[in-house]
Design a protein around this ligand. Structure first.
Ligand SMILES: NC(=O)C1=CN([C@@H]2O[C@H](COP(=O)(O)OP(=O)(O)OC[C@H]3O[C@@H](n4cnc5c(N)ncnc54)[C@H](O)[C@@H]3O)[C@@H](O)[C@H]2O)C=CC1
Ligand SMILES: CCCCCC(=O)/C=C/C=C\C/C=C\C/C=C\CCCC(=O)O
Length: 271
């Protein structure tokens, strides 16, 4: 049920955004939704140049010349990440929105999965503190519903998404917000039709049978397109208070209210 009219915390017209893993799927849908809202410029970034170039062609056709550019950025490299952020800040006079969205599913290469998903998001948040403070900036980190309900066959992936939600809530705490005036937010999508599942069980899982079961479950659970996450993210950027967590699942945007831990603990004994 909708509550009282929310207070808009950011005007999107004329703003500049950078999206990691922005060339495909959810990241590209976020770019599309932001451009539709009148952003001055959206920088799509990613580790695969041909995907980036294709995405820019698509966005330029839809929104006109100069609204969207591609930057090569592998989020496992802090140096690359910092160079891209610095270049945008110097060209545009500042960066207003950073969407830490790059992510992979790869239980076989779980260390790489950790580096992209957790460390990549952490790098983006730390760079935001360094280059985006005190201008009302907003960071949205892409988690997953796997952060609430760990997917049995994806321990490393589920852990990485719990970490993203945890670090975003810590960065987004009102105490820190008072110091740097940056909102840190979480979008946690449910199963979404993108290329993330275009993998073979043996190529991404240490247990091929688990991989097969997980992919089957994933394909049958995908009931929304990336556009839903793009639209939901625009709402979150406009209205989400720092540290808030949001789900986009079954084509709905939902606000997550974390219960106080005392409410779900059962006392066993005094020690
Ligand atoms: N599709 C789904 O059901 C769900 C996806 N997510 C998350 O949404 C985010 C986007 O995924 P999708 O759009 O679904 O898949 P996708 O595979 O289309 O997008 C991921 C993007 O990240 C890029 N990427 C991978 N490694 C990178 C690196 N080292 N540096 C920079 N970019 C890199 C890929 O090239 C790709 O463009 C991910 O964080 C994923 O975990 C969360 C919940 C559900
Ligand atoms: C290849 C898996 C990609 C994981 C993407 C993700 O972040 C989250 C996906 C969420 C659910 C799908 C994953 C596994 C399916 C498990 C259970 C299906 C239960 C059906 C449902 O909850 O709707």
């Amino acid at each position: 049920m909708a509550s009282a009219a929310p207070i808009q915390l950011m005007e999107l017209k004329g703003k500049v955004a950078l999206i990691t893993g922005g060339a495909t799927g959810i990241g590209l849908a976020m770019a599309d939704s932001l451009l539709a809202e009148g952003l001055k410029k959206v920088y799509i970034s990613g580790n695969i140049d041909k995907d980036g170039e294709e995405a820019v062609r698509e966005m330029t056709k839809k929104y006109g010349e100069g609204r969207c550019s591609f930057k090569h950025l592998d989020v496992t490299s802090l140096q690359q990440f910092e160079e891209v952020v610095k270049e945008i800040v110097s060209t545009e006079g500042g960066l207003d929105i950073l969407l830490n969205n790059a992510g992979i599913v790869n239980e076989r290469k779980w260390e790489l999965q950790t580096d992209v998903n957790i460390n990549g998001t952490m790098r983006g948040c730390l760079l935001a503190l360094k280059y985006m403070a005190n201008r009302g900036a907003c960071i949205v980190n892409t988690s997953s519903i796997a952060c609430f309900d760990p997917v049995p066959y994806l321990p490393g992936y589920s852990a990485s998404k719990s970490a993203i939600t945890g670090l975003s809530r810590a960065f987004g705490d009102p105490l820190l917000f008072k110091e740097h005036n940056i909102r840190f937010l979480v979008v946690a999508p449910g199963a979404t039709k993108t290329g993330i599942g275009n993998i073979t069980p043996a190529s991404y899982h240490y247990n091929e049978e688990w991989g097969r079961i997980n992919l089957e479950q994933f394909y049958s659970a995908q009931d929304q397109g990336p556009e839903a996450v793009g639209k939901g993210t625009v709402y979150i950027i406009k209205y989400g208070s720092s540290g808030s967590v949001w789900v986009v699942e079954h084509n709905q945007l939902l606000r997550v209210t974390q219960p106080k831990r005392e409410s779900y603990q059962t006392k066993i004994m005094d020690l």
